[in-house]
Each structure stands twice: as C-alpha cells, then as structure tokens.
Design a protein. Sequence first.
Length: 202
Amino acid sequence: MSSFRLRMLAAVLSVLFLSGCGSYERLKGELDRAERANEQLIDQYNRLQQRRDAQRAAVAISPGDIAGIEGAEVEDGGLSLGAGFLFNSDEAGLKSEQLPVLDEVAKMLKTKYSGQKIIVEGHTDNEPLEQVAGASEYNLKLGFERATNVFKYLNLKHGIPQERVAIFSYGTSKPLSPETGHSPAERKKNRRVVFRLSAHHY
C-alpha cells in the first residue's frame, strides 16, 4: 500500500476516532445530568416522605382548643398566630401588649396537651423580595429569632422546659397559599408563628 494511501487511511481513522470521542463525551454529559436529576428526585421524595410521616405523628389541635385565644387559627392541625399580633414589622422582639395571647397558648399547652412535645415554627412574608440578594437568609433568620423569642417567653414565664420544644424557621418557603404574597394584606397572612404538637411524649 502506498504511503499516500496509508496517510489517507490514518486521516480517516483519526476523524472517526475523534467523532467517537465527541459522542462519548456527549453521552457522558447526558448521563451525568440524568444522575443529578435522579438524585434531586430522590431527595424530594425523601423530604415528602418525612413530612408525611411527621404529619401522621402529629397531634391535631382543634378549633375548640383555641376558643378564646385572640387571633388564633387552626392551620393543618397546628395553632397559628399572625406575626402582626406578636411582632412589629421586620422585628423579632415580642410586643408587650400581646403577651396575654401567649399566656393563653401556654395555658392550653400545659393543661390539655401537657405530655406532648411542642414544635414552634417561624414563617415570614417575602419582603425583602426573594430575588434580592440575601433575602432568603434574612427571612430564615428572622423566622428563627421570632420562634426562639416565643419559646423563651413560654420557658421563662410559664416554665415550659427546653427539652419539650423544637424550633424551626421556614422563612418564606411555606406561605399559606402559593398565590399569596403580592399585596400587603396577603403578605400579612404569611407572617405567622405556628405551634404544632408531636405525638411523642417528652
């Protein structure tokens, strides 16, 4: 075989090899993306499963339980208090004039539900707007500080022990409705503290 033909054959083989490498890299990239998507789906499933298990384990608070507690509403088996009752806008300090509301909550928790563990959730609206840098972290911190101050009051004033309470902040991630948050009135609904009861005894 002439040297010219050998060079031509080598060139053709090189092109085929390089094309094969390109196809391999493309397939590898698609496989990596599929694996990441699968991991995200598994993570979402596990979170949903944990949430469902937690809901099954929870003790539901009834409308009759919250009768006489100003501003209280039942939210998915929990007792919800609008943050406007307890806090000034963008602040975590409790309003002194609304402390009697927490006294009524403490009374219910210490009498009817004296054996259950308590979960205190902090929720905020979407101000500052979620697209603003650092907004999510700001609202998570604000929700946690509010829930913490509620617990501190229950602990110091009413003797509810620390080992009985778990504190969570959801920030803006669990609005009462995904459609809410576009007006001052709707944002006000999303600012709240929610008390939930675990079926587990402390």
